[in-house]
Design a protein around this ligand. Structure first.
Ligand code: MN
Length: 220
């Protein structure tokens, strides 16, 4: 087994859009707080915990979470909460864009229609499951484990990552259902947040992720 080059401490990933570019769905100041303060805080707390186990700095965040059952018990909760928080937000930023396509197309559209009947039926199912999530968490569109061509919707509580599941489902889409993601703009209305969020999803990139899963490429 080759030992990977050290990658830690973990760093805040740059965004592919400016803080003002997702308005009016996400206001510039809310996006700055979400990225530069909330996401950064997860990274800072994760890095602090890893100082006690610097050998883990050799792992990418994806490797760290996939090895979750081997994480030393004294930092297990921190890795779950803040490692998961780092991974989930990194995923979330990647699937957003200021220049969205009108909707899913090509292989992605075909896969969605095959699994859910239609694009609208998929959106309704996603809105319903995300809306029904109790407390804070995330809603994901995933490829089913061992059935790469079937899609499914999964919700996870708090900052749990798909990567920590016993059989990780490759994620295609991630929607942040923490109040900090939508409350400033949409108040208590999760349905309004999700319906607005569709308009900033980078469908072309989500299709690339699907093709990556089919080709066996690992991605976060
Ligand atoms: Mn968040």
């Amino acid at each position: 087994m080759t030992i990977p080059a050290p990658v830690g401490p973990y760093e805040l990933p740059a965004l592919k859009f400016g803080y003002g570019d997702l308005a009016p769905v996400i206001d510039a100041d809310d996006l700055r707080i979400h990225h530069a303060e909330i996401h950064q805080k997860h990274i800072d707390l994760l890095n602090d915990a890893l100082k006690r186990h610097p050998e883990l700095y050799g792992l990418t965040i994806e490797q760290l979470l996939r090895e979750f059952d081997k994480i030393p018990t004294d930092i297990c909760a921190t890795v779950r909460d803040h490692g998961g928080g780092h991974a989930n937000h990194q995923f979330f930023w990647k699937i957003l864009t200021s220049k969205p396509a009108p909707g899913p197309s090509g292989d992605l559209a075909r896969a969605i229609i095959k699994s859910f009947g239609s694009i609208d039926a998929f959106k309704k199912a996603f809105e319903s499951q995300a809306g029904a999530l109790f407390g804070s968490g995330w809603c994901f569109l995933v490829c089913k484990p061992k059935q790469k061509f079937a899609l499914d919707i999964v919700t996870l509580p708090n900052q749990q990552s798909l990567l920590t599941l016993p059989e990780p489902s490759p994620g295609l889409l991630a929607c942040d259902m923490w109040e900090h993601a939508y409350y400033p703009q949409f108040g208590n209305s999760r349905p309004d947040w999700i319906r607005a969020w569709w308009d900033i999803v980078d469908w072309d990139y989500v299709e690339e992720r699907l093709l990556g899963v089919h080709q066996g490429r690992a991605q976060l």
